[in-house]
Design a protein around this ligand. Structure first.
Ligand code: CO
Length: 466
């Protein structure tokens, strides 16, 4: 009998954290059957940044990927990561779009929908939780965005967990995207959570600082029910604790996972080859694999760190990384200590980059940062100094209601806008979140369907009808 469940993240968070979410469906296909046979509690395989990356960089329909997963992995629970009212995009969407997305995700194969809000503002989760509860068989896991700050203490997290349970969560994930959890704090926090709520607790902690495996172990001792891990070829570094190591560490104890190391090894061998390919083609930067204790100082999650590096590279300012990392906590304090996770990680990260590259703090303020300060993303964990708010948004009025209350229904409008490209209902949801990127994808899809290679159109000899 297995006591501790294991959620394998190799098809979602592992490659999102290490190789900017570039693993293709083609690369995943040969190993799906073996993954399905391992006996994981669940396989996190969809949502997060995979949706955007599929469309933008891989020319793949994310919905098609999900349907392939469902078909090839009939036994294992498929899990996705969903950002509540933000869905998988970068703004707040109207309730009708959120409801429809949740419904279609479950319809196409998702069993466990992990929903979180970057600011832990429960008002941003209510619509998606309600929508998921309506679908029979769906498991609604709500994640607490873990962070440290003067306001993020055990009482804060316990209070939030109780609210989540009351709102209908089937389980709670303690989501430590930056690898900030340290073993004994994890123990105390998980213990407090287990004493306060009746639903299962799952642990998600990135390996960035090299201590996530110890935190998972202490969390398990304190009563955690399920842990997130990643097979070792794409584990550790800014990704997760290696699955094989945790399985081996717990084997034979009262916390045995029930997973078979020999079976896991087949998958490990396959992903080892991919790891070498990613190292050779430069997708996997060995820097991401180093133990980085600075994460505990700067609280920068794995995905954000690689974004900062590439943003600075583009600007030819790679030497400024250290300064930007010092600026991140200062920006975070200014805007009410948001946990650093998408989209707040991008918002705070970009603002920190501008503050350093621009040579003066807040000389240039991004639209998104203004939005965060104005309350467009919800309530920040700590109130923002009114003086600072005024400096950033001038005389504009801050928003205090649930941000989505200000949005008109969008679904039918979106449907109309893509009528030319429509092939499936899901296209509307793709377009709603990714606009022009979605249209580019739809165009390529159509060209491929009719055998036209847009890159090889002989424009010189095109006959223009007059
Ligand atoms: Co993560």
């Amino acid at each position: 009998m297995s006591k501790i469940g294991v959620t394998e993240t190799i098809l979602r968070d592992a490659h999102q954290s290490l190789i900017a979410t570039r693993m293709t469906t083609e690369e995943m296909l040969p190993i799906l059957k073996i993954l399905d046979d391992i006996g994981y509690y669940s396989l996190e395989c969809w949502g997060g940044a995979t949706f955007d990356s599929s469309l933008r960089f891989l020319n793949e329909d994310p919905w098609e990927r999900l349907r392939i997963f469902r078909k090839k992995m009939p036994k294992t629970k498929l899990q996705m990561l969903f950002r509540g009212q933000n869905m998988l995009g970068y703004r707040h969407y109207a309730d009708d779009i959120v409801e429809y997305f949740v419904q279609k995700s479950i319809y196409n194969g998702i069993d466990i929908i992990r929903i979180f809000d970057a600011l832990n503002d429960i008002r941003n989760l209510e619509t998606s939780i309600k929508a998921a509860k309506k679908e029979s068989g769906a498991h609604v896991q709500v994640a607490i965005s873990y962070t440290t700050s003067p306001v993020h203490n055990i009482d804060y997290f316990v209070k939030y967990a109780k609210e989540l349970e009351e709102t209908g969560a089937d389980s709670i994930c303690l989501k430590d995207m930056a690898g900030l959890l340290v073993p004994y704090e994890t123990y105390d926090l998980v213990k407090a959570l287990k004493e306060s709520v009746k639903i299962p607790i799952q642990l998600h902690s990135h390996f960035t600082a090299g201590i996530a495996n110890m935190s998972l172990l202490k969390g398990i001792e304190a009563g955690a029910d399920v842990i997130d891990t990643a097979l070792s070829p794409l584990g550790m570094g800014t990704s997760h604790t290696a699955t094989e190591s945790m399985v081996a560490a717990l084997a034979g104890s009262e916390y045995d996972t029930g997973l078979d190391l020999k079976k896991l090894n087949e998958a490990t061998r396959y992903f080892s080859e991919l790891r070498h390919k990613y190292l050779d083609n430069g997708l996997l930067n060995p820097k991401m694999l180093e133990v980085d204790i600075n994460a505990l100082i700067y609280q920068v999650p794995g995905g954000m760190l690689s974004n900062l590096v590439s943003q600075l590279k583009q600007a030819g300012k790679e030497d400024k990384l250290e300064e930007v990392l010092m600026e991140v906590p200062r920006v975070r304090k200014d805007c009410g200590y948001p946990p650093l996770v998408t989209p707040s990680s991008q918002i705070v990260g970009s603002q920190a980059v501008f503050n350093i590259i621009g040579g003066e703090r807040y000389k240039m303020v991004t639209k998104e940062f203004k939005g965060l300060v104005r309350g467009e993303y919800g309530r920040t964990p700590a109130p923002i100094d009114p003086e600072f708010t005024k400096k950033i948004i001038g005389d504009e009025q801050p928003i205090t209601c649930r941000p989505a209350d200000l949005l008109q229904p969008e679904l039918e409008k979106m449907r109309g806008e893509i009528s030319e490209w429509y092939e499936q209902e899901e296209d509307i949801l793709t377009y709603a979140q990714f606009g022009q990127v979605a249209l580019n994808f739809f165009e390529k899809r159509r060209n491929e369907k009719y055998g036209i290679d847009a890159n090889h159109l002989d424009t010189e000899n095109l006959v223009h009808p007059v």
